[in-house]
Design a protein around this ligand. Structure first.
Ligand code: UDP
Length: 485
């Protein structure tokens, strides 16, 4: 045995699934480690997911942290800023329980590495006090990481909040970024969440290393900036290990279950003819936007598979709906489903996205640019139409469209963020039927092959994993945690 690696994901199924993929990947290539995934007591973890992984991968141990009392956890369901703030807080409140757990786990086997995601930043102080080398798992890509680590430099460089700037923002490795494309959580300096992100960026630069879910040739300019030290200009940048792309097929649980009916429908469609529209785990639209989308799709004449959700609770049509649990379909224009029957399919709430993207009938993907969705599209060679919604997705779009040229983009109104039916119709036609769209598809197909090569024998991601494991075995990176700048 080479000792143990402890992984610490923040709350939420997405973060847990990403960490579990990393655990599986390490064990696949380095089975001599034991891996423990720590689970927070609040909010309670997805027990179905944990049980399924425990059954399929018994070498991954799940350890529940002792429960702690968390005031105001209802914030988790309110605004995005409150959600982010509460997530950082919940992790911080677990620190005494974490300390106790790390001490007791160390008694049975030396902890060679503690891997946290960025919401678990406050845990770094705990592991550092126990002299355990701490790594971050940055579940997004190198371009996101470059901009994240650069927050303290941006703070010095620009005197105002991004929301008040009207000049393009210069980030190493990036094309110029409009202030409007900066993530909401850091757009206003007066908010507590800004402080959390700022502190995390400072702290991350003190870690033993950063593991990123990407591969070297995918985000070359951002990686160059990181490795040349441009994103952390005042000290040494920790090593960045690009071990990806790691995909969680079937939401992280393999096999089982019946084949979704949308896959049967795709079987009957011509090769690469279907446009898939899906907006991550949280993407929702107003009724007004859904109607514009439906109209644009209908007019384009393109075949489509569309994951539709009911609009948010504050939406006018939702508030006035007589039904207690209305269907998503009831918010679409009258007759839309009948008029597009045969060439279009609506799926309520959730589709098996990875299986859909790997289906030969899918020829385009309208995506919110969540990082997992981007990797899934690239790994299956599907060109994208970028329609970012939240988190760092607008920034991902800039890199994806302008730097990598793997996606086209819809333009939304600066006033209310609405994408019109005409705009969607034009962009869909461009992606699915024009030379420009074909060129994007050719680049995505080349990138699909590059991703496979990176993960294969002798590939850059395998080399990065070997380097990471070398660092873990050597016990490098026992750094002191510093105070925030
Ligand atoms: N997903 C899915 N079906 C859906 C919507 C999303 O399987 O209908 C999966 C998708 O394949 C991806 C994840 O949910 O693995 C979403 O992650 P991403 O990083 O793209 O976006 P987020 O949900 O974090 O915004």
């Amino acid at each position: 045995m080479d000792g143990s690696i402890v992984l610490y994901p923040s709350p939420g199924r997405g973060h847990l699934a990403s960490m579990v993929e990393l655990a599986k990947h390490i064990l696949r290539h380095h089975p001599s480690f034991s891996i423990t995934v720590l689970l927070l007591s609040t909010p309670p973890p997805d027990t179905h997911f944990v049980a399924a992984i425990s059954a399929s991968h018994p070498s991954i141990t799940f350890h529940h942290l002792p429960s702690v009392s968390v005031p105001n956890s209802d914030h988790l369901s309110s605004s995005p800023a409150k959600f982010i703030f509460s997530t950082f807080e919940i992790v911080r409140l677990h620190n005494p329980a974490l300390h106790q757990t790390l001490v007791s786990l160390s008694m049975s086997s030396a902890i060679k590495a503690f891997v946290i995601d960025f919401f678990c930043n406050s845990a770094f102080g705990v592991s550092a006090s126990l002299n355990i080398p701490t790594y971050y798992y940055y579940t997004s890509g190198a371009s996101g990481l470059a901009s994240f680590l650069y927050i303290p430099s941006l703070h010095k460089k620009y005197p105002e909040s991004f929301k008040d700037l009207d000049v393009p923002i210069q980030i190493p490795g990036f094309p110029p970024v409009s202030p409007r494309d900066m993530p909401m959580a850091i757009s206003d300096r007066s908010l507590m969440v800004y402080r959390h992100f700022f502190d995390t960026a400072v702290q991350m630069a003190n870690s033993a290393g950063i593991i990123a879910n990407t591969f070297d040739s995918f985000e070359a300019s951002a990686l160059r900036a990181l490795r040349d030290g441009l994103c952390v200009p005042d000290r040494a940048t920790p090593p960045t290990y690009c071990v990806g792309p790691l995909l969680a097929a079937g939401g992280g649980i393999e096999g089982g279950g019946e084949r979704h009916e949308c896959l049967g429908w795709l079987d009957s469609q011509p090769t690469r003819s279907v446009l898939f529209l899906s907006f991550g785990s949280m993407g929702v639209f107003s009724t007004r936007q859904l109607k514009e989308m439906a109209l644009g799709l209908e007019r384009s004449g393109v075949r489509f598979l569309w994951v539709v959700r009911v609009p948010p609770p504050h939406d006018e049509a939702r508030r006035t709906s007589a039904e207690l649990e209305p269907s998503a379909e009831s918010f679409l224009p009258d007759g839309f489903v009948d008029r597009t029957r045969g060439r279009g399919m609506i799926v309520e709430s959730w589709a098996p996205q990875v299986e859909v993207l790997s289906h030969g009938s899918v020829g385009g993907f309208v995506t919110h640019c969540g990082w997992n969705s981007v990797l899934e599209a690239v790994c299956h060679g599907v060109p994208m139409l970028a329609w970012p919604l939240y988190a760092e997705q607008r920034l991902n779009r800039v890199y994806l469209v302008e730097e990598m040229k793997l996606a086209l983009s819809v333009t939304d109104s600066e006033e209310d963020g609405l994408v019109s039916a005409d705009e969607l119709e034009d962009r869909v036609n461009e992606l699915m039927r024009s030379e420009k769209g074909r060129a994007v598809r050719d680049r995505v197909l080349a990138m699909r092959d590059a991703a496979a090569a990176a993960l294969g024998d002798g590939g850059s991601s395998r080399a990065a994993l070997a380097e990471l494991i070398g660092s873990v075995k050597a016990g490098s990176g026992k750094v002191d945690v510093s105070d925030s700048v």
